[in-house]
Design a protein around this ligand. Structure first.
Ligand SMILES: CSC[C@H]1O[C@@H](n2cnc3c(O)ncnc32)[C@H](O)[C@@H]1O
Ligand SMILES: [Zn+2]
Length: 443
């Protein structure tokens, strides 16, 4: 083989490329130039090439970075403030008052950096977020080096960020301008939910998304109450209303989608809607069990998200994909529902496809960006080793994630963060604790 010379050569005991279910490469290397995967090399080929830097991972599995398809990063600063509540009580009586008291540019920047440190330590390389103060979120993304999708929230009611739907949209588009040239930062439009956004605003969002070629990210059919209220007040279920408004398309990432009938699953499939499945948040807020096996069977693309740290309360994608595999079995009483390889694919390639970056991330393949993670499997918790996919999904903990790269740039090496300063983040979090307690806990 010709000796091209590579920027980086990562050799691992096991590799899970993800595209072909169950495929595992043993003792393979990934050759990387300018942040891109150039080729996968067997041991003989790897020994014959030059590389400026070599990383040997002798008892690790190398796999694509995890894609967190639904989160509210800055909500790390509200973690543990209101547990054990149902969604509407949690939102209306606890979270929205706390947000009204504290959310501002510095809250979002500090909270997002804290979230990103946690996510990187757990092997997440991409976050699809929705919150307020989008410039702050985008700056946090650039500082951390994560691939960051910044959801420009749209609501009808006033918050610290804007007064009305037009205000949210115009402020978000203004903040977006500064980051248009940034490859790792992408703005999306994030109408909060069918129960907080009017028909008129949804129509504007669809028009704008088409004009600006943007994704749409929205909470949909999260609780039975949401569906029931809409049926009673608007005489149709939210998804039917969104269809009539033109929202259903491959641009749409529908977060939650817990309460769906058969026709709605078909509708989502027909329109190419992607679903962000949030198993832990759905369990903690007692929202229900999303019909993931039925969505997958209908051909819907499903990714996995953590939701915010105030409703999870971890931003731990390894835990989340384990929950996705387990909850599907509980929901169907079928142990074959969402097998390990399927859960892993949802948490990587499923998320990347939903975000329109399936050609760039979500699997290990020549031509894709090197968004990669390594997990050290030589630990008590993952010994003995029979099947790396089984161990990653069912046994490994996030503490075993050793290395994280985005576009070939290391964000964590041997568990040391390279872009973020953990002690500064801890000091900041402690300061926010004082500020939040100083103004009273929650309403
Ligand atoms: C559009 S982000 C802003 C808004 O959404 C709130 N939020 C966080 N988690 C959820 C959820 O699971 N369902 C509905 N709304 C949620 C967040 O607190 C912000 O106010
Ligand atoms: Zn959410």
């Amino acid at each position: 083989m010709a000796d091209h010379g590579f920027d980086l050569l990562i050799s691992a005991r096991w590799m899970i490329p993800v595209e072909n279910d169950g495929e595992i490469l043993e003792d393979y290397s990934v050759a990387i130039n300018s942040g891109k995967i150039i080729s996968l090399l067997n041991p003989t080929e790897a020994a014959a090439v030059n590389a400026k830097k070599r990383v040997r991972l002798d008892h690790h599995v190398l796999m694509p970075g995890l894609v967190n398809l639904h989160g509210h990063s800055a909500m790390t600063l509200l973690r543990g403030l209101a547990d054990d509540k149902a969604l509407m009580d949690w939102l209306q009586n606890h979270i929205w008052p706390a947000e009204a008291a504290h959310v501002a540019d510095d809250f979002v920047f500090d909270g997002a950096l804290l979230a990103m440190a946690e996510m990187i330590r757990g092997g997440t390389t991409t976050i699809n977020d929705m919150y307020f103060y989008h410039g702050a979120m985008a700056r946090a993304g650039l500082a951390s080096g994560m691939r960051t999708f910044v959801g420009a929230t749209v609501l009808e009611f006033p918050t610290n960020y804007a007064q009305n739907a037009d205000g949210y949209l115009s402020r978000a588009l203004e903040e977006r301008r500064e980051f248009l040239g940034e490859e790792l930062v992408t703005f999306t439009l994030a109408p909060h939910a069918p129960y907080t956004v009017s028909d008129d605003t949804f129509r504007k969002v669809v028009t704008l998304a088409e004009q600006e070629d943007m994704l749409i990210h929205c909470h949909i059919h999260e609780t039975a109450g949401e569906v029931e209220d809409a049926r009673r007040e608007q005489h149709q279920r939210p998804l039917a209303r969104l269809k009539a408004l033109g929202l259903l398309s491959p641009r749409l990432i529908a977060a939650h989608m817990v309460h769906l009938d058969k026709d709605e699953i078909e509708l989502a499939a027909r329109h190419g809607v992607s679903v962000a499945h949030n198993p832990t948040s759905n369990m903690k807020l007692a929202s229900g069990i999303a019909p993931v096996p039925a969505l997958l069977a209908a051909g819907v693309n499903v990714g996995i998200g953590t939701d915010g740290a105030a409703s999870n309360n971890k931003l731990d994608m390894l835990a989340e994909l384990r929950q996705a595999a387990l909850l599907a079995k509980v929901g169907t009483l079928d142990p074959t529902a969402v097998p390990a390889a399927t859960a892993l694919k949802m948490a990587t390639l499923g998320g990347a496809r939903a975000l329109g970056i399936g050609d760039k991330a979500g699997s290990i393949r020549a031509g894709k960006d090197a968004d990669l993670i390594a997990i050290d499997l030589a630990e008590v918790e993952t010994s003995p080793m029979f099947d790396p996919i089984s161990h990653v999904v069912y046994a490994a903990g996030r503490e075993q994630v050793s290395h994280v790269w985005v576009k070939g740039r290391p964000l964590m090496q041997e568990r040391a963060l390279t872009t973020l300063d953990s002690s500064a983040l801890l000091e900041n979090a402690a300061r926010w604790r004082e500020r939040i307690l100083g103004k009273g806990k929650t309403a």
